[in-house]
Design a protein around this ligand. Structure first.
Ligand SMILES: [Zn+2]
Ligand SMILES: [Zn+2]
Ligand SMILES: [Zn+2]
Ligand SMILES: [Zn+2]
Length: 330
């Protein structure tokens, strides 16, 4: 029942705590294998192994066999061995300068196929099982699943600085409010004024973020200045704090104007799974040339005073709107 057809999805952005998760997986295998032997290959993921995987009872020794003696992470194919049979993982192999770390003999290029088979036969929990994911997979399906697991944590959507905070949506909302002092609004319409006393400064423009809470969801409204080719522009766009699939249930509009002119943008919020930069660089939002922005600001055009109004609404569920607009997905 996995829908693997979403084209606009970014490859997993960053968060790679592989070492930590490998240890998690380890400890789960210890308990997990014996549990699986009792439960009889259930799991319902319907993946590959089909329950025919050998129930390996001495779980501890299998676990130890598959532990890389160098880095202690679990080994997965390709698993290497030296001429004396000492095994090590492929990551370590690439680091040890062709010397077996155990016996110092030349390493060569020998695979340990038997152990690879054992490794492939083991089913492991998704590395986000502590975050609630119940799935268990053979190794390769597991990697594929983890890149798209809906339980994987989100990165902090704040754009102004390199922020390494990760977490689920409630955690990030609190983090945005408390640590980034982001403005929080409730409601599905907004009316925002962006004032900037020196609109000539585009390079180090402040990034503005406002969080909206409506329909039981959170949305990030970004406003920023950047250099688009040679032209300084302002851009506003909305991101959804949740997954891509859910983001498509919503639409939003943005309006900016003055003096009888108006620009309107209508779009689908992008998930915060897509980095702020990726959305910006795909121009998926309301883009206002600086001259136009200054015209909208009125006055002597020395100060930026943009009033951006907007609305968020919920779309009727529609199975067809996973459509990928090519030039927005680069
Ligand atoms: Zn290793
Ligand atoms: Zn050796
Ligand atoms: Zn998962
Ligand atoms: Zn942050």
């Amino acid at each position: 029942m996995e829908l693997d057809s979403i084209e606009c999805v970014s490859s997993s952005d960053g968060i790679d705590d592989d070492d930590a998760s490998a240890h998690l997986a380890h400890s789960f295998v210890k308990q997990g294998v014996s549990a699986a032997a009792v439960g009889g290959g259930g799991g319902g993921s319907g993946n590959g192994g089909g329950g025919a995987g050998p129930a390996i009872h001495p779980a501890n020794s299998v676990h130890e066999l598959l532990e890389c003696p160098v880095c202690t992470n679990s080994m997965y194919p390709p698993i290497h061995q030296c001429q004396n049979g000492h095994t090590l993982c492929s990551t370590c192999k690439s680091r040890v300068n062709n010397r077996c770390p155990t016996c110092r003999q030349e390493l060569g290029d020998i695979r340990c196929l038997a152990l690879e088979k054992v490794a492939e036969s083991l089913e492991l929990p998704c590395k986000y099982y502590t975050l609630g994911c119940p799935e268990i997979f053979p190794y390769y399906s597991k990697l594929k699943h983890e890149a798209q697991c809906s339980f994987r944590p989100y990165n902090c959507p704040y754009a102004g600085s390199e922020c390494s905070a990760v977490g689920d949506i409630p955690v990030l909302v609190t983090h945005l409010r408390d640590d980034h002092k982001v403005d929080m609004h409730t409601g599905c319409t907004f009316n925002h004024r962006y004032v900037k006393s020196n609109p000539r400064e585009v390079e180090n423009a402040t990034w503005m973020l406002t969080v909206f809470h409506c329909f039981g969801q959170y949305f990030c409204l970004h406003f920023e200045a950047f250099q688009l080719g040679m032209a300084p522009v302002y851009m506003a766009f909305l991101r959804f704090m949740g997954d891509e699939a859910e983001a498509r249930n919503y639409s939003y509009s943005l309006e900016v104007g003055a003096n009888g002119r108006k620009m309107i943008w209508e779009g689908t919020p992008r998930s915060i799974r897509d980095s702020h930069r990726k959305v910006r660089d795909s121009h998926d939002g309301l883009i206002i040339q600086r001259n136009m922005a200054l015209f909208f600001s009125g006055g002597d055009r020395k100060e930026l005073k943009l009033r951006v109004t907007g609305r968020i609404w919920k779309e009727q569920p529609n199975p067809d709107n996973g459509v990928c607009i090519p030039n927005l997905c680069s």
